[in-house]
Design a protein around this ligand. Sequence first.
Ligand code: SF4
Length: 394
Amino acid sequence: MTDIQATDFEALDRLEAEEKAKTPSKKVNLLGLSPKKMDEFFEGLGEKKFRTQQMLKWIHQIGESDFDKMTNMSKAMRTKLAEVAEISLPEIVMDKTSVDGTRKWVMKMPGGSSIETVYIPEKERGTLCISSQIGCALDCSFCSTGKQGFNRDLSVAEIIGQLFVASQSLDTPGEKRVRRITNVVMMGMGEPLLNFDNVVDSMELMLNDFAYSLSKRRVTLSTSGVVPMMDKLGDLADVSLAVSLHAGNDKLRDVLVPINKKYPIKELIAATNRYLAKLPDRRKATIEYTMMKDVNDSTQDAEEIAEVLKNTPCKINLIPFNPFPNSGYERPSNNRVYRFRDLLHERGFIVTIRSTRGDDIDAACGQLVGQVEDRTRRQQKYIELHQVNDSDAV
Ligand code: SF4
């Protein structure tokens, strides 16, 4: 008979724990259920709908992930929940604050890749920039996320989990809760409209009164121009829209934003106008324009932009390029940026220049890279699946 030592049991325990960690949980992660899906979940348990409101509050407003502490639910209910459900949070592997107060979290996702979420505090508001995918398949030439390739879409729990983690981390224990995140922008890693269903469910949680209760004007989805999905979004949601334009002619935009070969500027602007027309109020689109030295920063470029946008209610946000290693692009001089802004002002546009925030922690716009594994194969598969770039257009 084998002489079993205590250390063997420890090793077995360790192996079992490792195996368990590898096996995906069969329990429902309530963090990622939209209000409608939460209703269905409780209905399936034979419970009334008011449980949805209770659970949304516990998770998203109070930040509780332990069923045992949900004291307005009976013991029997909590036991039942623990058997079939869990509240599984993203794992924070880095939490850094910049000298200017910008804060960045790196979160590890199942499968090993990681994503980045950034909080930008300002005088009147606090903006959280959220990722929607691990990497991005669209490969915009000036974007460090694009250079990392694509791994996969984020689930609802992984998208809303970023807001959960940021809200909880920004609270000071023992102090009265202050709402620090007033705005959310889907502008981090990934193209949100290519992860449509999960992004829409996540935005529902952002707006829901029992969850994050954000104003629809303060939740912004940023797209590089997936035109059919812009129309679909307009039918389902009325969040604010940002469009990554970056060029005023197709020849240049084909290079900077390759999806332009499939949905050129004219179609993109028409889709933007259709989206705005569906909104119940007179909201403007935000036009994002990353400025790169000698690429798209001339007065002629500004004239082209003015022409393209002449019939679109919008404000233009100029983003001087934030360099990253081997990008091949440079930041334009301040004079070039001001001249560009002034010309657009003269044409009647509202123009802002985005100040660089979080540069010292690589959290500035366009610098989010996370850690994306398995690039080429998955990226190609994804492109084929969604047919986002015609094979002759990439
Ligand atoms: S700019 Fe946006 S759409 Fe383009 S590669 Fe980067 S993350 Fe993707």
